[in-house]
Structures are given as structure tokens and as C-alpha cells.
Design a binder for this molecule. Structure first.
Ligand SMILES: CC(C)(COP(=O)(O)OP(=O)(O)OC[C@H]1O[C@@H](n2cnc3c(N)ncnc32)[C@H](O)[C@@H]1OP(=O)(O)O)[C@@H](O)C(=O)NCCC(=O)NCCS
Length: 184
């Protein structure tokens, strides 16, 4: 099993911690409230029917199983007192040997404060410290300017554009951003 990034990070104005089973309801509430923004970019959020507590509970169960086998760590981004879900960010093995991928979303009301940029910076550095990891990828729809701004701001390089109708649901083209050196 590969060691994953730590369980908790303190962002000062937010808390980043591993997702837990009792997060499902709050995740569903936050995602449903942000549906109009999320539905353009996130495959799992293209319909309100997908954003139920039951669906989120299944997602969390899968997440815990993946984490058990060292394949991914999903984090809940929460208010500092750990009462409200502001979004989510995860580190995933799914991009092949030597690499981890970071994916993220924010709830309405949590954007524009640098939360995801700062969380992604912490997780990039933590991922690069994991055994056998030499690069971190962020993939996003070519049309998703706000998402692309995150890796750009963090000094990732644009490594390629690939046709992908499955995940790039707006443009059909996926930007692949890569970072192989720590940010801090
Ligand atoms: C992608 C997404 C998470 C980006 O949200 P965001 O609010 O733009 O990102 P951040 O939290 O990093 O905030 C960046 C903003 O905060 C500002 N900011 C303030 N303090 C900052 C700090 N300390 N560090 C970095 N940025 C800071 C930045 O200048 C930027 O402002 P701008 O929007 O005026 O350019 C959000 O748009 C989203 O949830 N989209 C839908 C889901 C999605 O697309 N996910 C990605 C799929 S690939």
C-alpha cells in the first residue's frame, strides 16, 4: 500500500480533512446548492438526481475503500470549526505509475478566496513526498477557465490537450497540467 498525504491540513480559514461516512449529507447539500455551476464541469453533478445523500454515501464508501488500498484520498474542505462543507478535493492514483492526480470543486459562496489554490498547493507538495510519486497532474476541460487558473497559478505546466468526451463535457478536450517539483 502506498502512503497517502496526511489526514488533515489547516488552511487557517478552512480545514481540509479526509472524507468520512457522516459527510455524505453535507456533501449532497453543498453540491445540490451549487448545481447550476457544477453541472457544466463535473460528470458526477450533471443531474440533480445524482446529487442525493444516497449517491454521496456510495461515493464516500468507495472513497474509503480506495483509501484503504492506498489508491486515493478524498478530502472534505470544511469551515475551521468543521461544521460546513465548502467543497472537496482529492488525490488519486488513477493516472498510472509515478503520478497522482488532483481533482476539486467548491460550493457556491466558497469561491474567489483562494481556497482551492491553497489546498491544491498543500496536496501537490504532500503528494510529491509520497513514495514513488514524481509528478502531480490536474486535468480539466479546455473550456474550464477557472479550473485551469488553479494549476496555472501554481506553476504547473500545460503538458498536453487530449480528446475526451467523457470528462471534458463542454469542449471535448482535456487539458493535462503537470508539476514535478514542490511548490513551497
Ligand atoms: C474550479 C473551482 C474550484 C475554482 O474556484 P476558484 O474560486 O476560482 O479557485 P480558488 O479557490 O483557488 O480561488 C481563486 C480566486 O481567489 C483569489 N485569491 C484570494 N486569495 C488567494 C490566495 N491566497 N491564493 C490564491 N488565490 C487567491 C484569486 O485571485 C482568484 O480570484 P479570481 O477568481 O478573481 O481570479 C470552481 O470554479 C469550481 O468549483 N468549479 C466547478 C467545479 C470544477 O470545475 N472543478 C474542476 C474540474 S477539473
Amino acid at each position: 500500500m502506498r502512503p497517502l498525504p496526511p489526514e488533515r491540513f489547516d488552511l487557517g480559514d478552512a480545514l481540509l480533512r479526509w472524507v468520512r461516512p457522516d459527510d455524505a449529507a453535507a456533501m449532497a447539500t453543498a453540491a445540490r446548492a451549487s448545481f447550476e455551476r457544477l453541472r457544466h464541469w463535473m460528470v458526477w453533478a450533471t443531474s440533480l438526481d445524482l446529487l442525493t445523500e444516497e449517491t454521496m454515501a456510495r461515493f464516500v464508501a468507495d472513497t474509503l475503500a480506495d483509501r484503504e488500498r492506498g489508491a486515493s484520498a478524498n478530502y472534505a474542505l470544511r469551515t475551521p470549526d468543521d461544521t460546513i462543507t465548502l467543497g472537496g478535493i482529492g488525490v488519486h492514483e488513477r493516472v498510472g505509475p509515478g503520478a497522482l492526480e488532483i481533482g476539486y470543486w467548491l460550493a457556491d459562496g466558497a469561491t474567489g478566496r483562494g481556497l482551492i489554490t491553497r489546498a491544491a498547493a498543500l496536496l501537490t507538495d504532500a503528494a510529491l513526498e509520497c513514495e514513488g510519486v514524481d509528478r502531480v497532474l490536474i486535468k480539466c476541460d479546455e473550456a474550464n477557465e477557472r479550473s485551469a487558473a488553479v494549476p496555472r497559478r501554481l506553476g504547473f505546466r500545460l503538458d498536453g490537450l487530449v480528446d475526451d468526451d467523457r470528462f471534458a463535457i463542454q469542449s471535448g478536450r482535456l487539458m493535462i497540467w503537470v508539476r514535478d517539483e514542490p511548490i513551497r
